[in-house]
Design a protein around this ligand. Sequence first.
Ligand code: HEC
Ligand code: HEC
Ligand code: HEC
Ligand code: HEC
Ligand code: HEC
Length: 262
Amino acid sequence: MPQIFPKGVNPLARLLVLGLPMMFGATGVGLAAFYRSSYATGVDEVVPQPVAFSHAHHVGQLGIHCLYCHTTVEDSHFANVPPTKTCMNCHMQMWTSADLLEPVRKSYREDKPVVWNRVHNVPHYAYFNHSIHVAKGVGCQSCHGNIDQMNLTFQSKTLLMEWCISCHRNPQENLRPKSEVFSMTWAPGKQVDGKDQVWRREDLPNWGQVADSNGKLVDSKWVGDLVGKPRPKTQGELGPVLKDLYGVRDAVTMTGCSMCHR
Ligand code: HEC
Ligand code: HEC
Ligand code: HEC
Ligand code: HEC
Ligand code: HEC
């Protein structure tokens, strides 16, 4: 993308330049409506891809975990799209002559990556970071919808500033236990195999650990006591507990301009 601003321009100045036309322009109802329309935001729009890759087949039916392909989403600000090698782990053996997969084989033969078209795109003047959301218990589904049912991938949320802020103002409504972040079927209070949900060790943060007499880190008593106990059954009860456990900051900090415009 061409750089609109020279390096070193103060971020606030950038916001003013971007914001003023917006503030005057958007007084027209028509323009405001356009701004929120799916045409302008790209919601529900299928993006053409060099290979008709289906999350519905690979995730919904075959049950492959998101991390098998999107390996960096927990550790990085950026969630990678998988390299050709990841596809070839299976497609060396399966569907080896399918025309649909020819671009993948060609990429492998020629050692050139498949060029996937971006589906989600936040403008460069806003800062977004995957790993912090995943670490604090925001599920992929909350932001990407039911990816496991999509044949071709599309954007299910507007990604507009008002969308980010509405969650930042009330994060407890969207937090889930950490072990459920990748799940596409989790809901508070929902039974799994006829049993109530219980706390798992992975749901609890590392500050739950203390040093034992040999200086080795072990789980403190409250962690031991909580694991295996029922989780609260409604979001209203569960959310505030998770907000405390994960140390999610207050609404004022979370909605401050400098959080996302640095
Ligand atoms: C077998 C590999 C594989 C698995 C497993 C997988 N994905 Fe993907 N994903 C891809 C590929 C390839 C693309 C790029 C093509 C596309 O957009 O459909 C992609 C694209 C995406 C995108 C859109 C990226 C963009 O361009 O904005 C999202 C969001 C996404 N995946 C989320 C998930 C989630 C959530 C899971 C687990 C529920 C998952 N994926 C599991 C391979 C995979
Ligand atoms: C863990 C094994 C595995 C991996 C990894 C994998 N696939 Fe597949 N893929 C399959 C299987 C099995 C099928 C057949 C699915 C069916 O017919 O239901 C398939 C089918 C397909 C098809 C045929 C159309 C369809 O969806 O049925 C395409 C295209 C495809 N895969 C692309 C990819 C791409 C691109 C990647 C890498 C991002 C990839 N696959 C990674 C197992 C895998
Ligand atoms: C808080 C909302 C949110 C959550 C939670 C979230 N994503 Fe994203 N995701 C986004 C946004 C926003 C983008 C666009 C980022 C950009 O343009 O820089 C994106 C982009 C992506 C991309 C495209 C590559 C990239 O980084 O631009 C993939 C792949 C992806 N997400 C996968 C996942 C997976 C897998 C999970 C769950 C582990 C997940 N996301 C959780 C909001 C989210
Ligand atoms: C569904 C809820 C949700 C949505 C939607 C969401 N966030 Fe967040 N975001 C959170 C939570 C929870 C945190 C963790 C806050 C904390 O650690 O105190 C967070 C933290 C952040 C941080 C802090 C990162 C850091 O390193 O301190 C940034 C930046 C951020 N979000 C940007 C965005 C942007 C930009 C969007 C929209 C494209 C967005 N978020 C959408 C819930 C959300
Ligand atoms: C939680 C993240 C977040 C916070 C907090 C945030 N913004 Fe944004 N902002 C974004 C995102 C994402 C975009 C790009 C998407 C869009 O245009 O809505 C954006 C776009 C903008 C724009 C470009 C014009 C527009 O709306 O398209 C301006 C101006 C702006 N923000 C000003 C502010 C100001 C002023 C504050 C503090 C009151 C603020 N933002 C707080 C995420 C945030």
